[in-house]
Ligand binder design. Structure first.
Ligand SMILES: [Zn+2]
Length: 100
């Protein structure tokens, strides 16, 4: 909408890097889950439902250009991430597997 630039899809190695970054910062600051505000155990790894995942504070759907903006990332429980919103807003479950 606002540019001709193509924003790469969330996923793959870059998303893993993003997760690593979010976890590193979250662990240091003890950042709670952005959805439920409960603490996150940063030692957990997916497929654990309470593992840390990257949530986009502003949804990728509406703000695709913020997909790769670290200031738009927040730690979130995997389970909360998946249930964040059926309308796709704030929802990272673009679908399948390696989204997080
Ligand atoms: Zn949560």
């Amino acid at each position: 909408m606002d540019s001709g630039a193509i924003v790469p899809e969330w996923g793959g190695r870059r998303a893993q890097e993003a997760l690593r970054q979010v976890k590193a910062i979250g662990r240091r600051r003890r950042t709670p889950c952005v959805e439920c505000d409960q603490p996150i155990d940063y030692s957990l790894v997916k497929p654990h439902p309470h593992a840390c995942t990257v949530q986009h504070v502003k949804s990728r759907k509406r703000f695709p250009h913020l997909t790769w903006d670290p200031s738009n990332w927040a730690p979130c429980h995997a389970s909360c991430n998946y249930s964040a919103g059926p309308d796709g807003d704030r929802l990272e479950l673009g679908a399948t597997s390696n989204d997080w």
